[in-house]
Design a protein around this ligand. Structure first.
Ligand SMILES: C[S@@+](CC[C@H](N)C(=O)[O-])C[C@H]1O[C@@H](n2cnc3c(N)ncnc32)[C@H](O)[C@@H]1O
Length: 195
């Protein structure tokens, strides 16, 4: 099987649906082969969402590497805010557009490699980042994110201990004020604020 961030037009489509509830609101998500965590919400994404839903989010949000769109859809709906969602994977973008429409929320979905097709700036970037692209690309993406944050903007992300959470925290401290907001089952929820 190819990586979830590679566009593979030959991969058979098998769209399926699952339901999930956040804060007494039901959501329905379509997923497919060739996208991250098809079939169910990833635990890291779940933990990131439950952590961020407890915070005061007011302003423009970017869901970086949106996959089938869980973060953007839930945040947009429950924080009543406009979310821009980007992914390099065209199938993920297609699913996100369907999920935005099915869940009736206010989101703009863009096919983009990193920030290539993004011109706006944001108050929040919320992401379950693509660890599998490798450390160099991941770090480029995270450092570049600084250029797309408004003043006092903040990045919220999830990373696993076994994926190098501790060295990630140390390395990102060169560019951001880093805080660990939550830890569960080896997943770290981290905030990065501009220094
Ligand atoms: C760990 S998955 C998270 C997906 C989704 N946000 C979720 O939580 O279920 C990371 C996502 O980043 C996307 N991605 C990888 N490289 C990217 C890039 N250069 N630019 C934009 N998105 C990228 C992948 O296609 C994938 O959908």
């Amino acid at each position: 099987m190819g990586h979830y961030f590679v566009n593979d037009d030959n991969l058979k489509s098998e769209i399926r649906e699952f339901k999930i509830n956040f804060l007494n609101q039901d959501f329905v998500f379509k997923t497919d082969n060739g996208v991250f965590s098809k079939g169910e919400l990833d635990y890291g994404t779940y933990l990131l969402l439950t952590t961020v839903l407890n915070l005061d989010i007011k302003g423009k949000v970017l869901d970086l590497g949106c996959g089938y769109g869980a973060i953007g859809v839930v945040i947009s709906k429950l924080k009543n805010t406009k979310v821009t969602m980007v992914d390099v994977n065209k199938r993920a973008v297609h699913l996100s557009k369907m999920n935005v429409s099915d869940n009736k929320c206010d989101c703009l979905v863009i096919n983009s490699d990193g920030y290539l097709n993004v011109s706006d700036k944001f108050d929040y970037i919320i992401t379950n980042p693509p660890i599998r692209v490798g450390k160099t690309k991941l770090y480029e993406l995270m450092i570049d994110s600084k250029n797309y944050l408004n003043e006092n903007g903040v990045i919220y992300l999830v990373i696993r201990k076994e994926q190098g959470a501790k060295s990630f925290i140390k390395d990102m401290s060169e560019y951001y004020n880093v805080n660990v907001l939550e830890k569960s089952k080896g997943f770290y929820i981290i905030s990065l604020k501009c220094c």
